[in-house]
Design a protein around this ligand. Structure first.
Ligand SMILES: [Zn+2]
Length: 283
């Protein structure tokens, strides 16, 4: 493991691709994935409702109070979650280098841990932002503080309204089966990332990609990592499941995010590390 951290330390550029697995060690629930919340149900007024039916565009139309109650509970959980030690160690590794974070997590834990907000692409949006149910408006707003009875999962505040037209809002994040997510805000972050990617590719600097807790079910983050590394940039994949890698300059580690950053730094070096010299690009 020490060799792996040396590889990361030696790099001049670090691209981080983080999925739900980065957040679970802070005690946050996974929403996707084989055992994610979306496979489960809750009781609301003695009626069993699947989470995935409570977190889709239609539900914010047909049962906005219940859907917002659930979102307010999530937001409350995220607000109180303390990013685990791995975030701090990662920030230490990248803060004096060129870096970018690509994450499907909607929980703003990277911002909370002190990462530069200009270096984050939230490819599925954020639960702390909202948009009008009239998706043609295309505006993104900060979600106001919502009062919630977390025990009974009942919204005490009103459903948040659009400041332009007064219609209900919904969270500005990619929901289940979502055709109606207004992705403007996320796309603006993506354009910054794309420019950064182009610039560092041309710079000839030593680059390494770190993929952490990114699953295969919704593989947006994995796809981004694949397109970033192409053939020649080394990739370190950290995941308790699906950690297999495809190329010689990639390394798969079967472990969770916190374990990777905190738990096993004293272990002997793993096989395959020798091939993980950060690549020189460009020129
Ligand atoms: Zn509106």
């Amino acid at each position: 493991m020490n060799n792996i951290f040396k590889t990361i330390q030696d790099a001049e550029v670090i691209a981080v691709f983080a999925g739900a697995g980065m957040g679970v060690d802070s005690g946050l629930e996974q929403y996707r994935g084989a055992d994610g919340l979306w496979t489960k149900c809750i009781l609301i007024n003695d009626k069993e409702i699947a989470y995935k039916d409570l977190l889709c565009h239609e539900s914010f139309d047909t049962m906005p109070e219940q859907s917002w109650a659930f979102v307010a509970c999530m937001t409350d959980q995220y607000k109180h979650a303390i990013p685990h030690k791995g975030f701090e160690i990662l920030l230490d590794l990248v803060k004096d280098k060129e870096y970018f974070i690509v994450t499907s997590n909607c929980d703003e834990q990277f911002q909370k841990a002190g990462f530069d907000t200009n270096k984050i692409w939230e490819c599925h949006g954020s639960v702390f932002n909202m948009q009008c149910m009239d998706i043609l408006e295309r505006n993104v707003y900060k979600t106001p503080l919502l009062e919630i009875d977390t025990e009974r999962m009942v919204l005490i505040s009103d459903v948040p309204k659009c400041p332009v037209c007064g219609l209900n809002c919904r969270p500005n994040m990619y929901l289940f089966y979502d055709w109606f997510w207004v992705s403007n805000y996320s796309v603006a972050q993506q354009l910054k990332y794309n420019k950064w990617h182009k610039d560092i590719k041309a710079s000839g600097k030593k680059i390494v990609a770190l993929e952490i807790g990114a699953g295969k079910t919704i593989d947006t983050v994995r796809k981004a990592a694949r397109s970033f590394t192409e053939e020649d940039i080394p990739l370190i994949r950290v995941n308790p499941n699906d950690y297999e890698v495809e190329r010689a300059n990639q390394l798969g580690l079967a472990m969770g995010a916190k374990e990777f950053f905190v738990g096993k730094r004293e272990s002997p070096p793993s096989e395959g590390v020798a091939s993980l010299n950060p690549s020189k690009r460009g020129n």
